[in-house]
Write a protein that binds this ligand. Sequence first.
Ligand code: ADP
Length: 611
Amino acid sequence: MRAKKLVWHIFPANLLITVGSLLALLWYSSVAFNTFYNNWLAADLEDRAYLIEEQIATLVGQNKPQELKALCRRLGRKTSTRITVIQPSGKVVADSDEDPDIMSNHSNRPEIVTAFSGKTGSQLRVSATLGVKMLYVAIPFTHKDGDTNKFHILRMAMPVSAMDQALQTLRIKVALSGLMVVLLAMFAAILVSRRISRPLEIMTEVSKQFAKENFTTSLPITPHCSLEVASLATAMNSMAQKLRERFNTIVQQRNELQTILTSMAEAILVVDNDKQIKTLNTAATFLFGISAHKAINKSTQEILRNINIERLVNATLTSVKVVTEEITIDKGGEKLFLQYSGVQLHGDSGHSFGAVMTFNDVTHIRKLENIRQEFVANVSHELMTPLTSIKGYAETILDSTQDDKEQTEKFLQIILRQSDRLQAIVSDLLELSRIEQEIEHNEIHLVQTNLKTVLEQAIQVCTHKAAEKHMEIQLECPPLLTAPIDPQLMEQATVNLLVNAIKYSHPANPIKINAGLLSTGNNQEMISISIRDFGIGIGQEHLPRLFERFYRSNKDRSRKLGGTGLGLAIVKHIVQAHNGSVEVISEVGKGTTFTIVIPTGTQRDFPAMQK
Ligand code: ADP
């Protein structure tokens, strides 16, 4: 039902009371006025009757009907009164307005009947003779008829239309004043309703603001306010104050919680008892590849679509203990290891209303564990080969009964070679671990260094090896090119690549080193150092794993040439320490190019190389 304005509640009642009282007043005043007028007129007519009684009685006594009629007519005209003289038989003997001969017998007229009994009779009725409403007053009077006294009736009558007119005028005036009172009542109703509704409207408006969590507004308390309104406003203001405090506390706690949730690396989901997601943090959106607004109020089954997680949700919602388990999920073809921990949520009454579920992505740790295990196995394997060889030859020498010096020397040479290999492996491992530690502890200091000098020093280190195979190392590098590098590490990386280029190339093939600025197209300048050989090349299938520790594309050749399988891993670590990358392009039988790309400082003085 549509609610009505307050004025429409007050005004009809006001109108009813006003109109009712006016009608009652009108009715009462009409009746009172009518009665008063009738009584007054009756008394007046009676007085008039007594005034002319003697004259009438004389003429009746003298039996002069003509004079009597003339007197009645004359007096009637003068006093605007109808005067009728009636015999005791009811016969009219004289009438001021009509011919008595044609008038009916009046003995049954109520006022006449009363007058016959010796009293003054009166009645208000419509005259049968004249057809107008008249007030009749009849008195008995006596006259001499010889020696006896006889009585007749003298009746005075007057139309009461004057009174009706007066009453009509009164009614119109009362109606008009009633209309004015109705208007006044409406005006008063509007005023009163406004007086009441205005504070209510303000309160409604302020309450709406409260509902919109705006507690800064407060209800005004003015001297015009009624006591009730003022106390209600005070109560509402104090309620707003308390709400504001509670709200601020809630907002602060919510923000704290939000910040904690957002900053947590663990993915967190809060679900209700119907397994609908109520809250999730940023880590969860990333981990499950979902958007927060789409996930809220949806079931975990619909959003996560993982049978393992669904099982954990069920287990957590039904268990009073913390549920922990490690699960794996598939994300875009990648297997993720998640450490799950879930616990029920309890309300004040102790009833569970959902659960908090935490997923910690431990894929990285598991991968590291795998790498570590693999690494240990690889190292053991790498070390075992020379060690077995050393042990075998040493035992052979010891067991040998013959004093074959040549044989013994041959075996000792093998032991020495294997020891060198062992030493090289351990030395590379130590180098790798040192670089890793330096990166981890942020101990690598990059300084702007002339690159050409560093590359020349690396070439210098390899000159002997290159000369053995009659290979020439050609260098192309702008003389003033500087780069933010650790000179020793960068020299080491270059040496490793040069040594490989020499090792895996045929004699007399040249090796080319090319260094310069590289235009990357995204307004960032990089420095590129490429080492190109024209050697045996590497099969495409080996390229993705080439930089892994102990990975060799050609095992026998590498071992024969004293390779440890760690040279490229060291290069990769050094380049990463320079925030750069290393790439390889190779073709079997044609040669290989390794390219190191590192970010430059601010210099732009040299012509850029095309990538
Ligand atoms: P290694 O000590 O065996 O050379 P590296 O880590 O330096 O170990 O190299 C890994 C493997 O990559 C090598 O065993 C070799 O098979 C291949 N390789 C590296 N550089 C070259 C190159 N310039 N030409 C051909 N093969 C190469």
